[in-house]
Every structure is written in structure tokens, then in C-alpha cells.
Design a protein around this ligand. Structure first.
Ligand code: SF4
Length: 280
């Protein structure tokens, strides 16, 4: 049994929030630079240049990448041979959020009740997903999710007999309808299978895969590419001003499902793709 103190988890959670609030990873900068070479339309080129410049200013001057500093979503995989010592794990993660958002002047965006809408003032609670896995480590991932792109999420319960083409049409419909609202170029997470709730969570978990890692199953890797090509023909373009690059990457996470079901869930992440992870 390995003992991990919540102080370590809290410290790493704070560090991850800081890193992804101000620094754009090189692989994402590379994607935008590549898009810039592909675009001819002046507004598309200008949008991508501004996105790149915004990233430079954010890291240089410690200004958040976006004024919407996001909901904090944690994904933890906890090895069953780990004993967590210290305060409650949930408290430790929420303290990390409150502390990071206060210290780094990040906007607090969470209201305590969806209808009465009073800001908690701390950006807590965070949204925490925990899976128990083999081993004696904890994998901690964080996603900072802006409201604009989260609001474009979608779920459709397909029939098992529906074609892959009809699923792609649904995805296209959602992206076109969302237009500029999720601040494209989008990183698109797709959950396929499971139950409705599992598909929705998987559409977010899908976004945790490294940008440059294709799906390990060639069938889904090919489907991801097909969806990306289709969506980039919609013409929505960077920031919705038109262009060839609406979607930066597509990530599918599939799951076993009921014989009568075929849920498909979409989670859109804007160009400000703020995520990070560590294994403790
Ligand atoms: S969708 Fe993303 S880039 Fe657009 S305002 Fe929200 S957090 Fe910022």
C-alpha cells in the first residue's frame, strides 16, 4: 500500500491550473501555425494570428489565456493500492482551485445554484470524476472549460441501425449551428456508446488524449480523420469568420453499450484548450 498525502495532490492541482491558464503547449501552437499557412481568407488568417499572439502575451505577462477562466474539471484515476492520507480528497482539490484562482487573478465563474445564480466567489466547486484502477499511483488530469464551448455540448441517442454517415451528419449539424459561439478552431471530444451519462463523460475524457496521439484502434482513428475532414469543409473557420480550419482535432472515446442503444455525445473545446495532467 502506497501512501499519498492530499497536500501533494493539492500542490499538483494548483500547479496544473496555473500552467494551463497561462501557457499554450508547443504542439498546440504548432497546429495554429500550420493552419495559418493553409488559410487564404484575410479574416481567418487574422484570427489565427491573434490567437497565436494572445498565447504569447498570456505567458509573457501572466494574463489568463481567456477572460473566461473556466469551470475546473478534474479526472482522477486512483490505483487501488493507494491510501490517501490527510484531508478529504474533494476538499483538497477544491482548496487548490480556490487558492489558484485567487492567487493568479483568474475569473471566478461558478454560481452555487443554477437558477438563483449567486457566484461562490472561489470558482468552486470543481467537477470531479474518479475512477479506481490497478496499481499504486494517482493520475490527475485537469480541464479548464469555458462556458461558450461547454454550452455547445450535445447528445443524441441513435438507433443501433443508424449509419455512421447519419452520426457524422449530426456532428456537422451541431458544429454549424454552434458557429462562432464555441470559439473555433475546436478540439472535439466524442463519446460513443455506454449509456447517455457515460457517453457525455467520455466526450470530455476523450479530450485528455495527447494531441498528437491517434486513436489506438485504426477503425476509430480513420473515423476521427473522416469527421475532421467533413467538419473542416463546413466553412465555419477560425473564430467563425469563415475559413478552412473549423476543427483542430477530433478525439473519440468509445464504450460498450446496450444492444438497443447507440448514444453519441459531443463536447466542444474552444481554441483555448487548457488541459494538463500528471501521474503521482
Ligand atoms: S469558448 Fe473558450 S475562448 Fe471562447 S470565451 Fe469561452 S473560454 Fe474563452
Amino acid at each position: 500500500m502506497r501512501i499519498i498525502h492530499t497536500d501533494i495532490i493539492k500542490r499538483e492541482a494548483k500547479r496544473l491550473i496555473y500552467d494551463c491558464s497561462f501557457f499554450v503547449p508547443p504542439e498546440i501552437k504548432e497546429i495554429y501555425s500550420m493552419m495559418l499557412t493553409e488559410e487564404d481568407a484575410p479574416l481567418a488568417r487574422q484570427s489565427l494570428s491573434i490567437i497565436l499572439e494572445n498565447g504569447e502575451i498570456a505567458s509573457r505577462e501572466e494574463i489568463p489565456l481567456c477572460q473566461d477562466c473556466g469551470s475546473v474539471i478534474f479526472f482522477l484515476e486512483i490505483g487501488q493500492d493507494v491510501h490517501i492520507e490527510g484531508s478529504s480528497l474533494y476538499d483538497a482539490l477544491n482548496e487548490a482551485v480556490a487558492c489558484a484562482y485567487q492567487k493568479h487573478y483568474l475569473r471566478k465563474s461558478i454560481v452555487s445554484d443554477p437558477l438563483r445564480r449567486v457566484n461562490t466567489g472561489t470558482n468552486t466547486p470543481s467537477f470531479i470524476h474518479i475512477d479506481i484502477v490497478d496499481g499504486d499511483k494517482i493520475s490527475l488530469h485537469v480541464l479548464l472549460k469555458g462556458g461558450g464551448s461547454e454550452n455547445a455540448s450535445a447528445l443524441r441517442m441513435f438507433r443501433p441501425t443508424d449509419s455512421i454517415d447519419s452520426i457524422i451528419s449530426f456532428i456537422e449539424e451541431v458544429i454549424v449551428k454552434a458557429g462562432p459561439n464555441p470559439c473555433p478552431p475546436i478540439f472535439l471530444g466524442i463519446g460513443i456508446g455506454g449509456t447517455a451519462d457515460v457517453a457525455m463523460v467520455n466526450s470530455k475524457k476523450a479530450l485528455l488524449r495527447p494531441i498528437d496521439a491517434p486513436h489506438c484502434d485504426p477503425f476509430y482513428a480513420e473515423l476521427e480523420e473522416r469527421i475532421k475532414v467533413t467538419l473542416n469543409k463546413t466553412g465555419v473557420g477560425p473564430l467563425g469568420f469563415g475559413g478552412k480550419n473549423t476543427v483542430a482535432a477530433v478525439f473519440i472515446k468509445e464504450a460498450p453499450t446496450h444492444i438497443a442503444s447507440l448514444p453519441v455525445a459531443l463536447n466542444l473545446n474552444c481554441h483555448s484548450f487548457r488541459k494538463g495532467g500528471i501521474v503521482i
